[in-house]
Design a protein around this ligand. Sequence first.
Ligand code: GLU
Length: 485
Amino acid sequence: MTRVRFAPSPTGFLHIGALRTALYNFLFTRHMKGTMILRIEDTDRTRFVEGAEEDFIKMCGWVGIEFDEGSGIGGEVGPYRQSERTDIYRQHIEMLVERGTAYYAFDTAEELDAMRGRQQQAGIAPKYDRSSMRNQFTLGEEETKRLLAEGAEHTIRLFVPLTGETRTRDLVRGESVFSNRLIDDQILIKSDGFPTYHLANIVDDHLMNITHVIRGEEWLPSLPKHIILYQAFGWEPPEFAHLPLILNKERKKFSKRDGDTSVKDFVAKGYLPEALVNFIALLGWNPTADREIYSLQEMIDLFELTKVNKSGAIFDVEKLNWMNGMYLRQLPVERLVDDLMPMLEEAGFNDVDRAYAVTVVELVKERINFLHDVPEFADYLFGPVTSFDEEYHAKQWKEETGEQMKALADRLEGLAPVEWKTEMIEGVIRSYAEELGMSAGKLIHPLRLSLTGKRVGAGMFETMEVLGQERTITRLRDYLAKVEG
Ligand code: GLU
C-alpha cells in the first residue's frame, strides 16, 4: 500500500515550491490508490510562524489536494505535529546510542568553530572530526557518564563509518555512490534536547510506514546521511524522488525577489485554482508533448514519478496567465458571475442586473485572462464612458468621420427595437461602408471609440447589441457633439 507524506515546516505560508511538492505527492498516491499524509515538521521553534499550518491545509484544499491522515480535520488520525512527538524521538535516539550508531558529543560552539578554522586552513572540507573533539569516543565511557550525570550540555551525533561507501537510489535521479569518508556525523539531538529535522523526519517516515519520500531537490545532499541513519536503526529505507528546482526566467532559483511566491498571493490576484494547479503540475513534468491543459483527474491518471524531469523548471508567469484565461473560458458562466458580482460592487457598479452580467461575461470572456479584469475591461458596459483614448482619436478621426458617424447614427436609429441584433447591426454598418466604398474597419474604429472610449474590446457588433439601441445612439450623438462641436 502506497503511503506518502507532505511534511512542511511552518516557517512561513505555503509557497509555490511546497505546493508543487504537495501536488506531486498527491498525484502519485491517488494514482496508486494510496494514502496522503500531512505532517507538520515544527521542531525548529525559533522559526515558527503562527497560522502557517492552517494556511497549508487551506491552500492545498483550495487546489483540490486532500489529506487522508494528519491534518486533524474531518475526524481522521492526526494532526501529526513533530513538536508533540518529542518522547518518540527520545526513545529512538536511545535505541541508536545503545546500538553504538549514535554518540554523545560535548563540544562547545567555540571548540567547533576552532575545528572548522583548522580544517579551512588545511584546505579540507568541513566535517565533524570525531578523533580530535570531545565526545564519547575520545573521553571514554566513564567520563561521558559523569558529564551526563552532571547535566553537561551536549548533542547526540550520528556515527558515520570512516570507511566504505553509501549507495543512494532516487526515482528521478537514479543511483549514486558516496564515500563515507565525506559524510558528516550529523547532529541528531541538539543541545536544547530537540531532535534535528534529520532524526525526526526519518523516525516518522518509518513509524508512519511511508513508502515514497517525494520532496524538493534541496534535500538531495542529505540523502546519503538519511540512508546511513536508516541503516543505523536497522530499518529498510523508503523509495525517494527529489523534484527539480523551480527557476525564474534567468534560470536562477525562483525566490521572493521574483515577486509573489506564496500561494495565498496567487489566490488574492484572482487566479483560478484549476489553472494554478495545472500550471504547477507542469513545473517538472508533462505526460505528453502536445498538450498543456489537464484536469486534476487526468493528471492523477497519467502521473508517474519516473517521468519527472531532472532539470530545473522555469516559472513563466505569462504562461500561467494564459492558462488562467483558458480555464476562465471553460468555466460555467454562472460560476464566473457569482465571483464577478462583488468585484463589480467594489468597482463602484452597484445594482448590476445578474442576467445582464451574464451577457457581458459571455461577450468579453474570450479577451481576458482574469475575471477581475472585467470591471475595467468592460467599464463602458456597466456605466458611462468616463474617458476617451485621445491618441487613438487623433489617429482614427478624419475630416469626414463626423459626417459618417452622424449618418450611421441615423441608420442605426432606423432599426426597429426587435431588429437590434448583432447580425442586423452588422448589416447596417457593412452596407453603409460598401456604399462609401471603404472598408468596414474604417467605420468600426471611430465607432468603438465613441461607444467605449477605447481602442480594443470585444466584437463591435456584439458589444452594440449588449449596449442596446438607446445607449448606442445616445453615446454616438454625444461623442459627435463633443468632438464636432
Ligand atoms: N520539513 C522539510 C521541508 O519543509 C521536509 C523535507 C522532507 O520532505 O523530507 O522541506
